[in-house]
Write a protein that binds this ligand. Structure first.
Ligand code: MLT
Length: 265
């Protein structure tokens, strides 16, 4: 792990391998360790960088909201710090929200995009209200109560019933976050804008991945993005829910590696 002061916070990140840069942006409320299997697989041929996003893991947070714009600006500042002009940007769920903002703000800094288990739409009114309730729950009752509420939606029934090591890994990521950081990210997600109008303007090769059983950002969201992004391909991973890169690491890595090999150079 390395930590560096960027903008107004300390940002923790992992960096491994040499070659073309690929930046992995985790979901909510996880941390960079969610990419363990992907870092392992990709770093033999690529320079892989996985930061803890603002408010998560070992990265700091300032104020009561961590917006997707702030997170995207942190990623750009990290690229500047590491002398990376262009990168493949891969985001899962909230990481995908950040990736879309990044493309809007810095289109020239992206040479390929991976949008996993995510969606371009903003929250509706009910979802915004629920985010604020969850932010207050995190602050009052702590991250274990957030893990209890979220786990059934993140993983498939099969994983919940038969893979305690996966359930524990996801639970530990969630409970390792600070309530203030989670609350700030929830408020940031609630405030995010609809990115649907950006999709037809995306020109870089794009891979869209989704777990067949994703209950948070379902296959229909992935299909919508696939239809709207001209130069995109869609991979649906069977027997995976929302955290498809953990539940089906080998299949996720295969899709990612195949895609990266087509955009090499
Ligand atoms: C995530 O995995 O990042 C979150 O479930 C996204 C969300 O709550 O919208």
């Amino acid at each position: 792990m390395t930590a560096t002061r960027l903008r107004d916070i300390e940002v923790a990140y992992d960096e491994r391998g040499r070659g073309e840069a690929i930046i992995l942006l985790h979901g909510f409320p996880f941390n960079r360790s969610m990419w363990r299997q992907q870092i392992e697989a990709l770093s033999s041929n690529n320079r892989v960088i996985a930061p803890d996003l603002r408010g998560h893991g070992e990265t700091g947070v300032v104020g009561s909201a961590a917006t997707m714009e702030e997170m995207a600006k942190d990623v750009c500042a990290l690229m500047d710090r590491l002398d990376i002009e262009q990168a493949r940007i891969c985001g899962l769920s909230m990481g995908g929200y950040v990736a879309l903002v990044f493309v809007r703000l810095y289109p020239r800094r992206v040479n390929a995009l991976v949008l996993a288990d995510t969606r371009p739409q903003a929250d509706g009114t009910d979802a915004r209200v629920n985010r604020e309730k969850m932010a207050e729950q995190a602050l009052r009752q702590g991250m274990s109560s957030i893990a209890d509420a979220m786990l059934p939606k993140l993983l498939t029934r099969r994983t919940l019933d038969s893979k305690p090591e996966v359930v524990n890994r996801v639970r530990e990521m969630i409970t390792g976050n600070k309530p203030e950081g989670a609350a700030a990210a929830l408020r940031g997600m609630a405030a995010r804008r609809d990115q649907s109008d950006l999709l037809p303007k995306i020109e870089v090769p794009t891979l869209i991945i989704v777990g067949r059983e994703d209950a948070v950002t379902p296959v229909a969201d992935a299909e919508f993005m696939h239809r709207a992004i001209r130069n995109s391909r869609l991979e649906v991973i069977e027997e995976a829910g929302h955290v498809s890169n953990i539940e089906r690491g080998a299949e996720f890595n295969r899709a990612l590696s195949d895609f990266i090999s087509t955009v090499a150079g």
